[in-house]
Design a protein around this ligand. Structure first.
Ligand SMILES: Nc1nc2c(c(=O)[nH]1)N[C@H]1C(S)=C(S)[C@@H](COP(=O)(O)O)O[C@H]1N2
Ligand SMILES: [Mo]
Length: 413
């Protein structure tokens, strides 16, 4: 089991007050800070470069995808530093621009209501005091991570591969909080809503739901800490939902409402938004295909990447060269990461790094000896359920759940 209790309250409390005092200077972003520098990030059909920004509170240098609402991508080099994504380089994604610019942890409460015995409200300090603390390492990946590689192109945030991050999350079990409220018989789903609001009143606010059984599985958490720090405002201060193994669309930030429903949630954000063709793990269809059944996106699938060598990198010919990267198993652990230098005919296992639990990134590394010339390196993850990354990419109109064996061109000289 990867869940274990922690009792480091005082430090957390102090960090909380610090973050609360920082505030979100979103309106004060200077144009200069926004446009300072660019980074190469070629997507099929362009663009080849992206702007970098340091203008967002709690964030270091990030790739600017959009300003309002903020969409900030993690620069690829970050993933080579280790399996835990630094908090100030963790990607950011919001749907609506009307995000609270300050959050007072003493007064902000999450309210548990609906099909329960009693409605309850908790500040972050109430959660810390009343429930057992748990910690879990888990990957948070946007459903649309890598959307920029979909061909034909689809609308949405044109992410490269940096809309994902891994953290040690500390918080409480959602199950314990729901049990305190007393889920009534006949409950079907549990709905989550954050504290931001749409920019026009008629637009639907983001609301996401999980089945009651999933919400009470003992792994779904309300977390206030990531990698030893309070959540930055842009990542959901003072607390957010963590849904291990599931796409981040369910990981509601600045959590304000938990509603136990006695019916299935049919709101826009469950259907048609964030739906995939009903053929998990492929989530695949042909562009223009008719009568495809769509279902809400759910569990993640295995992925693996090279992190120390970029596409087109020059390496030495005829001598061992280090190749390393990260992998994750999706909704279960990494069993193996293999590489191929012959287009997928044969595969060689790599060494796996330390296991931080089945929902975490796992580092892999190996050495390759390449003959002179241009070589294609393929990397493939197999998870503990035996699920493998496919050789051909999937396609769907939402640009969701991109998954394919990644290939890196290397020039051996
Ligand atoms: N309140 C709130 N929570 C949210 C969202 C949002 O728009 N509002 N977006 C979701 C989506 S689609 C993603 S990808 C993740 C991004 O988490 P991050 O910004 O911490 O990386 O937050 C999720 N939780
Ligand atoms: Mo997302």
């Amino acid at each position: 089991m990867t869940l274990y209790p922690t009792d480091d309250d005082r430090r957390t409390r102090r960090q909380f007050l610090q973050t609360a005092a920082t505030g979100l200077g979103l309106l004060a972003l200077s144009r200069q800070a926004l446009a300072a520098q660019t980074i190469e990030l070629p997507l099929p059909g362009g663009p080849d470069t992206r702007r970098l920004t340091t203008a967002f509170p709690g964030k270091g240098q990030m790739i600017l995808q959009r300003t309002r609402p903020p969409l900030l991508e993690t620069p690829w080099s970050v993933y080579d530093k280790g399996v835990f994504t630094p908090v100030d380089e963790f990607y950011v994604r919001w749907h609506w621009a009307d995000i609270p610019t300050t959050m007072d942890p003493h007064t902000h409460k999450v309210r548990i209501s609906g099909h329960v015995d009693k409605t309850l409200e908790f500040t972050v300090f109430d959660l810390m005091k009343n429930f057992k603390h748990v910690e879990l390492a888990a990957v948070n990946q946007c459903s649309g991570n890598s959307r920029g590689y979909f061909q034909p192109r689809v609308p949405g945030g044109e992410w490269s591969n940096g809309a994902m991050g891994n953290a040690r999350w500390v918080g409480v079990r959602l199950k314990d909080v729901l049990d305190a409220a007393g889920v009534k018989p006949g409950a079907v789903q549990v709905q989550f809503e954050g504290s931001e609001r749409p920019v026009v009143p008629t637009a639907p606010n983001l609301k996401k739901s999980l089945s009651v059984d999933h919400a009470r599985d003992g792994e779904v958490m309300i977390a206030w800490e990531m990698n030893g720090q309070a959540l930055p405002l842009l990542n959901g201060f003072p607390f957010r939902l963590v849904v291990p193994g599931w796409y981040a669309t369910y990981w509601t930030k600045m959590l304000q409402h938990i509603r136990v429903l006695d019916h299935e949630d049919t709101n826009f954000w469950m259907h048609p938004a964030y739906t995939i063709p009903d053929n998990w793990p492929q989530a695949n269809m042909t562009p223009g295909e008719k009568d495809v059944k769509f279902v809400p996106i759910n569990r993640m699938v295995p992925r693996s990447f090279v992190t120390n060598l970029a596409n087109g990198a020059k390496v030495g010919a005829g001598r061992p060269e280090l190749v390393r990267g990260i992998a994750f198993g999706g909704d279960t652990g990494v069993k193996s990461v293999d590489i191929s230098l012959d287009g997928g005919k044969t595969w060689t296992p790599t060494q796996l790094g330390r296991d931080y639990g089945k929902y975490s990134f796992r580092q892999w590394s190996t050495h390759v000896k390449l003959p002179k010339g241009e070589q294609t390196l393929l990397v493939r993850c197999t998870n503990s359920d035996g699920l493998q990354q496919p050789m051909t990419p999937n396609w769907n109109p939402g640009g969701f759940m991109r998954n394919v064996v990644e290939s890196t061109q290397l020039i051996a000289v």
